[in-house]
Every structure is written in C-alpha cells, then in structure tokens.
Write a protein that binds this ligand. Sequence first.
Ligand code: COA
Length: 330
Amino acid sequence: MMGATIKSIGIYRPELEVTNAFFEAYLETSDEWIRERTGIERRYFSSEDEYTSDLCVKAVEALKKNHHTSVDDVDFVIVATSTPDQILPNVASRVQARLGISNAGCIDLSAACGGFVYGLILAKGLIAAQTHRRILVIGAETLSKAIDLSDRNSCILFGDGAGAVIVEASSDNHVFEPLTDTDGSLGKELFISHLSQTVDGEPILGDGKMHQNGRAVFRWAVSTLVKNIPVLLEKNKMTLEQVDYLIPHSANIRILEAVCKNLDFPMERCMESVRSYGNTSAASIPIAWYNGLASGKIKQNDQLLLIGFGGGLTCAGICLENKIVLGEAD
Ligand code: COA
C-alpha cells in the first residue's frame, strides 16, 4: 500500500484583530469572564468582502513561501469548512482556479471542527488507493459571518482563519491509523441553519447563524475525547507516553485542560490556537500545529495525535509522525 507523508504547511489569519474589549463595549460580558471561561484573548475577523476562499488562497501562498514549493502538480483539493463562500460552486474549485492548478479534483468537506482531520483521512485513503499523489487539504472558516453578535453565549467564541497542508505519496508512511465517530442525535446542540427547519418541534428560521447549547457541547466534547483518544492509540499500538504532542480542536481551553487532566497528559504538550485566534473550527488544528512548529516545540519525527470534534456532533482523529520543518524564511 502506498504510504503518505506531510512536509508542508501554511496558515493565514485576517488583518482585523478583535479583542474581548470589542464585546465588552456592547454586551453584558467582560474580558475577565471570556478569558477565565474560554481562554480566549483575541480572534481575527475577515473584512466584509473577504471570504473563505480568500483565506484558503492566502494559506496556500504561505505554504508555498514557507517551503519554497509549488502546488502546480497537486491532483486533488479538499477544503474543510462550515462557512463556504456559497453552496455551489464549492470553495475548493474557486481555490483551484485562483491558484491555477490544472487537473485536480475538488471537493468541500462539511464536518465542522472535525473537518481538517476528516480531510487528512480522505487524502490518506486516496493516496493508499494510488488514485492520487499530492493532495492539498485546507481547513478554513469565516465564522465571523455566521455568528449572532447579540448572543453572548456564542459570539465571543469564534474567529476566522485558514491552515493548509499537502499530503503526498511516499515510500515511507508517516500518516497512521485514523478514528471516526459520530452521534448525529446531538446535531441540534450545535448548528448553522441555512434552510427553515424544525428542531425539537420548534421552528428555526434559516438565518445562516450559529446556534449552540454550550454546556451540552462542552460535556460531549470532554467525554468523547477522553473515550476516543485511548481507542485511537490502541488502533496505532501506541501509548499516550509515546505521543509528543496532542493537537485537539481548539474550542475552549477548559475542554483541553479537562481532557489532559482526565488522561493524565501534561497540558504543556497540548498544542492550542484558541487563546490568540478563538475557535476557528476546521482551521484550528493546522493553526495550532503551525504555531507548535514556529515556536520550536514540535520537531521533525515527533509523534502527533490530532483530534477534531464539533458540529454533527462528530469526531475524527489521526496519529502521524511530523515531517514538517519550517525554514529560515518563516
Ligand atoms: N459573558 C458573561 N456571562 C456569560 C457569557 C458571556 N459571554 N456567556 C454566558 N454567560 C453566563 C450564562 O448566561 C450563565 O449565567 P447564569 O448562571 O446566570 O445562567 C453563566 O455565564 C454560566 O453559563 P454556562 O453556559 O454554564 O457557562 P460555561 O462555563 O459552560 O461557558 C461556554 C459557556 C459557551 C463558553 C462553554 O459552555 C463552552 O465553551 N462550550 C463549548 C462550546 C464549543 O466549544 N462550541 C464549539 C464546539 S466545536
């Protein structure tokens, strides 16, 4: 079976920095509450005419610069997002056109905050099947366009950003066994509604906004990660001690702390992006991975465990050996 490896990464965040003071100015909330209950200090919002495809293109341009590489020979593009520019055409096709990639399949992947890891799993499968050799996997969101700014329970949480990697065919395999798990009966606890529908018999207008039951999602997230991380390790015949860095989806620092405490894993070896970017959904894991590399913590050959979770409610994890090295240009 053909192996897969990941050697390149790029991220992008919009220019506009939004600190907690922005919400303090018009909502009954405080910087102190937001930091204590979520860990978030700031996030970035896209401008009115900046869409998810724009963030994707910028993240890929950063990847090209970071690794002095080209994407001309990419043969498949997967964009994981819950905030596409539009439903049709998909974001991946817009990215393909903007980057001038020829001969590439293009799909968007809708699995909320689990989307980036689902993308890696699909890319690994396509490479193993030998139908494709070089696959761009991008997690990108413009969640600022989907938040209800008057809902203090959710608007303080989310931010915009993008992260891109290339999964490529390799004689040595560095992308290992995955895990996928979903409980669709909890879908009503976190959703963005584009069509008018009923949830638990209540009519919901298709307002394009995020609706969530924060407490229910929090509880599900902690118990799902505590249950699934050992299962994923077992599938990979690994122990937690062998994991150099855990990179869970960065939803709330307290979720990460609770998971690390439950599993007796040191929080210093848990990479996060939530403090400085908020919850960027499908983009949060590649951003945390990049930050771990840029800060010099994550090194070549480190064993990583990535695990995404969110709307669905769905979860996806994968173990891999880090082969990304950031050069001096970074
Ligand atoms: N500022 C101040 N107070 C706030 C607030 C805010 N921004 N948001 C909620 N509160 C209040 C609540 O109204 C509640 O007040 P009450 O006790 O008078 O009813 C109180 O704070 C506690 O609310 P609770 O919901 O228990 O807080 P929490 O500690 O669970 O934190 C979240 C709320 C949303 C931050 C937390 O539940 C969370 O992060 N959940 C997961 C969300 C998530 O990750 N979603 C995406 C998944 S990928």
